[in-house]
Design a binder for this molecule. Structure first.
Ligand code: KG4
Ligand code: ZN
Length: 355
């Protein structure tokens, strides 16, 4: 029996099974992560190896270093996820891997490894889009959440407002016209001499600052639900450089707080506009920037005011992890979506049918 015949046979059995446990691998950027998740909503184990220390020296992710580190770490991280789950590879029902978007070499480390594992075990392999994974982190935190809902996805590479119509069906309402929110936070943090990764550090520093200290522009976008962060970033950079030139640099905490407020105001304003216009019954946040403390507080206050339930991933599930990939894979598997051994990394993979 060929691999595909075996995988399809297992798939039809799994589509009827009550309890499906998926082992997933995520290597799209600078985290090597693996996890076992049951029925898309219950984390059995999750292991994340962060390469932050390796990249911090260079002030950002170095793709070649990331690929090599993933190749070294995929086996120990996966073994650890199985060990913590108290499971052998044979106990797992199916496998999953992030195929894109991300750094091509980094993605390939995971894709090649999981294809090899699929081939030797005969288990079905589910390809997962990284952003879909981030959205599904909400199912792990709030097992009662079901589509449809509106979702703000904000990470290092993406800033999207999308409508989750059903499992696996996404409609893009708006997105950034230039930088992603996380990218903007990281660049502003660099100006403040904060070490990589700047976003979380800027957030922490901002907690002690005055958000009104530095007035920043409110960038205009053509699309009603689109974002633009590059103008904001440039205005911030220019203001700080000007202050340095005249020898009167403001307190870093005040600068951080002012920048954070400008970004969060824009994210909240556009998301709430989309929620009002579409009559959204539920709202969710996703992606690394959904860990931002002001974004969480401000969205909560706005949603409470509007009577819209807000869902946010648990803090440790906001950034990249394997559990979110295993969750997304469950719904794809139930829909019969499995890969053949020609599966390749797709660094610019799209999630939306309408984008
Ligand atoms: O989702 P993620 O882990 O990776 C990508 O898919 O890109 O997001 C990483 C991004 C980085 O830009 C990081 O600085 C940002 O999320 N980030 C934050 C916070 N935590 C992570 N930005 C602002 N505030 C935070 N607390
Ligand atoms: Zn991510």
């Amino acid at each position: 029996m060929s691999y595909m015949e075996q995988a399809r046979e297992t798939l039809s059995r799994l589509q009827q099974k009550d309890k499906v446990r998926i082992l997933a691998m995520e290597t799209s950027c600078d985290e090597t992560a693996a996890a076992v998740v049951e029925n898309g909503r219950v984390i059995v184990s999750s292991e994340v190896y962060s390469q932050i220390d390796m990249h911090a020296l260079y002030g950002g992710v170095v793709p070649e270093i990331a690929s090599r580190a993933h190749v070294e770490k995929v086996t120990p991280v996966l073994d650890e996820a199985l060990r913590k789950a108290g499971m052998a590879l044979s106990d797992v029902d199916a496998l999953a891997v992030t195929y894109g978007p991300g750094l091509v070499g980094a993605l390939l480390a995971g894709v090649s490894y999981m294809k090899g594992l699929a081939y030797v075990t005969g288990k079905p392999l589910v390809p997962v889009h990284h952003i879909e994974g981030h959205i599904c982190a909400n199912y792990l935190t709030s097992p009662e959440l079901e589509p449809p809902f509106l979702c703000l996805v904000v990470s290092g590479g993406h800033s999207h407002i999308l409508h989750v119509r059903d499992y696996g069906i996404y409609e893009l309402l708006g997105c950034t016209q230039d930088d992603a929110a996380g990218e903007a936070f990281d660049k502003a943090a660099r100006v403040l001499d904060l070490p990589y990764p700047g976003g979380p550090r800027l957030d922490k520093l901002a907690e002690q600052g005055n958000p009104e200290a530095l007035p920043l522009p409110h960038p205009h976008t053509d699309g009603k639900y689109d974002f633009s962060f590059s103008g904001l970033k440039t205005a911030f950079l220019n203001a700080v450089h000007h202050q340095e030139q005249v020898g009167a640099r403001m307190d870093s905490a005040d600068l951080a707080a002012s920048f954070r407020k400008a970004v969060v105001d824009m994210l909240c304003e556009k998301t709430m506009q989309a929620a009002r216009d579409t009559g959204a019954a539920r709202l969710a946040l996703a992606g690394g920037v959904s860990a931002n403390s002001l974004l969480r507080r401000q969205m909560q206050a706005l949603c409470d005011g509007a009577g819209i339930p807000l869902y946010m991933p648990r803090l440790d599930l906001c950034g990249d992890n394997g559990a979110m990939i295993a969750s997304a894979a469950y719904f794809r598997l139930k829909n019969g979506e499995i890969a053949d051994l020609k599966l390749n990394a797709r660094p610019a993979a799209k999630l939306f049918s309408n984008a």
